[in-house]
Design a protein around this ligand. Structure first.
Ligand SMILES: [Cu+2]
Length: 585
């Protein structure tokens, strides 16, 4: 094995692709400012919390409300004591506005400002939050509503209330274990702090329910009433009626309630896994009603006993697209935990950032088949795309469309199952992760990475390109986790298919892969460092001693590492692996 041979960079590989942009008709631009900073919040009469990090001193942050087709500009001033970013949850924006550090942007440093700009393409109920560490669990959450251009697009209503449901920690969030919450909030207040939501008899009330919690999945009900569910994750449904709805972190439901039962009623939320106790409640109060509001600990019968709404009841009403008869890529994703004493949550045995990207090609018809081998619900969120849910009332033609799906719990032998399809129509690198943020922080995340259209050079962008079975599988078994100092040495252990020769390259990651025709797609900027060649070994395992360049400008970034291998079974016999990353400090 040869170490650290410097390879000259082929100039052609450095050319960036040109992208033609269509000019858009004149549109309204709406500007907002967000200023995340430490702050205090009154969560109930006489109860002030001082451990909050808030947008614009508000808990939750200010409502950002725009119209479909608007161009939205948000200036973010980071007044926190640590870096941050903002992600626009559910709204498919261009990659550069997606807010995932190290993937779509750098960090917004302490005292720095950053401009987000995106098009409000799809009407609906969305939200915004940081996409770094556990900052969501400090109170950095807010609603983002896109009203439809056609005001008659949604069923008519007389009044509207937003309910942002949150779980609250007494101190700072701690990574590596499940959090213990002391309070549950609706719109930043405990049950004791709720201002009744007023209605008049005969009115139709639209409630937009957003679960902005760090880790809690709830069931909720509007006591004394039936809910008509009109939107899931902002996307329109053929309305269905129900008494109780499950909602995981990141999910949203719009429900309409007909005010036909005067009184003061609890809009009650329980833990999805324990519906015997109300964690927090708002109050729906008829203007004519006298008497007391329901006590905070009151548990409506429907909360305890009503059948929960299921995805199987829901049918999309918009233009979400159907399920694919023949997906061009199918990925089986197995969710597991790291064992009794390790708080590690994995997808196919890998914990992010020590995890391979999931490659897709532009306009691929992608299927994700989730196998949940854990006893927890996992709200799986895909950035930049809408997922079409299998097994919904919409069948194959009008399936339920969501950006966050709650995958049910299971066991090793009987995994919880949920399949989704999505069209790869938004090029970039996109996070796919559990929205229980402690799971995400402990590895339950992958990048969905767009690669070239035709990986094997057979003239077709089809399922053979980069499918896990045919892509050159180089598995890093040791060494990619953690962060590495510039100028240090890293010991990597890799394993690959038998009988091959492998060449290793290290360099800066490219946002879009460069297609090298029959070789595949190179995901790194040609090579900062060529690592060398490894011949076939008995076990096809190599230990690689990699010197990280002592270049201070690399600090905080990532190095891509990728393999080029001979593979006798494939013509013309060479293939690039998908890339992995080293995180630098
Ligand atoms: Cu999870």
């Amino acid at each position: 094995m040869k170490n650290s041979t410097i390879l000259s960079c082929p100039a052609a590989l450095l050319l960036a692709c040109c992208v033609t942009r269509l000019s858009l008709p004149a549109q309204t631009t709406r500007s907002f400012t967000l200023r995340p900073a430490p702050g205090k919040a009154v969560i109930a009469p006489g109860r002030t919390v001082t451990n909050g990090w808030l947008y614009n001193k508000k808990l939750p942050g200010p409502l950002i409300r725009v119209r479909e087709g608007d161009r939205v500009r948000v200036k973010v001033f980071n007044d926190l004591a640590e870096p941050t970013t903002v992600h626009w949850h559910g709204l498919p924006v261009d990659l550069k506005a997606d807010g995932v550090p190290g993937v779509s942007q750098g960090l917004i440093g302490v005292g720095q400002e950053y401009d987000y700009e995106f098009l409000a393409k799809r009407p609906g109920t969305y939200w915004y939050h940081p996409h770094i560490d556990l900052q969501i669990d400090r109170g950095l959450v807010g609603a983002l509503i896109v009203d439809p251009k056609n005001s008659k697009a949604d069923p008519p209503y007389d009044r509207e209330y937003l309910l942002l449901v949150d779980d609250w920690l007494p101190g700072a969030p701690v990574a590596g274990r499940d959090p213990v919450y002391t309070d549950y909030l609706i719109n930043g207040k405990t049950s004791a702090g709720q201002t009744p939501m007023l209605v008049k008899k005969g009115e139709t009330v639209r409630l937009r329910i957003l679960n902005v919690s760090g880790a809690t999945a709830y069931a909720f009900t509007v006591d004394g009433h039936t809910m008509r569910v009109t939107h899931a994750d902002g996307q329109p449904l053929f309305p269905v009626t129900t008494k109780a709805i499950p909602i995981g972190p990141g999910e949203r439901y719009d429900v309409y309630v007909t005010a036909n039962n005067p009184g003061k009623w609890s809009i009650a939320f329980a833990n999805l896994l324990d519906r015997s106790r109300t964690l927090v409640r708002a109050v729906l109060a008829y203007a004519s009603a006298t008497g007391n509001v329901p006590p905070p600990n009151y548990v409506p019968v429907a909360l305890r006993t009503a059948p929960l709404l299921t995805y199987a009841q829901l049918k999309n009403k918009g233009t979400g697209g159907g399920l694919f008869a023949r997906p061009t890529r199918t990925y089986d994703l197995s969710f597991t935990m790291g064992g009794m004493f390790r708080y590690v949550w994995m997808i196919n045995g890998q914990a992010f950032p020590n995890a391979s990207p999931i490659p897709v090609s532009y306009m691929d018809k992608v299927r994700f088949r989730a196998f949940n081998r854990t006893m927890m619900y996992h709200p799986m969120h895909l950035h930049g795309h809408f997922m079409r849910v299998h097994g919904s009332a919409g069948g194959t033609t009008a399936p339920l469309v969501k950006d966050t799906v709650l995958v049910p719990p299971g066991s090793m032998i009987f995994p919880g199952r949920l399949d989704v399809d999505f069209l790869a129509d938004n090029p970039g690198n996109w996070a796919y992760h559990c929205h229980q943020i402690y799971h995400m922080g402990a590895g339950m995340m992958r990048l969905v990475e767009y690669v070239g259209r035709d990986g094997d050079g057979d003239g077709l962008a089809d399922g053979k390109d980069f499918s896990p079975a045919s892509a050159y599988p180089v598995t890093w078994t040791e060494g990619l986790g953690g962060k590495f100092a510039v100028g240090s040495r890293v010991r990597l252990v890799a394993q690959w298919k038998p009988g091959e020769q492998v060449f290793w390259f290290v360099g800066l990651p490219l946002a879009q892969g460069l297609s090298l025709g029959s070789l595949g797609v190179l995901g790194i900027r040609p090579p900062l460092l060529y690592l060398g060649r490894t011949g076939t070994t008995a076990r096809n395992v190599a230990t690689i001693d990699l010197p990280i360049p002592g270049d201070p400008s690399l600090k905080g970034g990532r190095l891509g590492i990728q393999a080029l291998a001979t593979q006798a079974s494939l013509k013309p016999g060479l293939r690039l692996s998908t890339r992995s990353y080293l995180t630098l400090r």
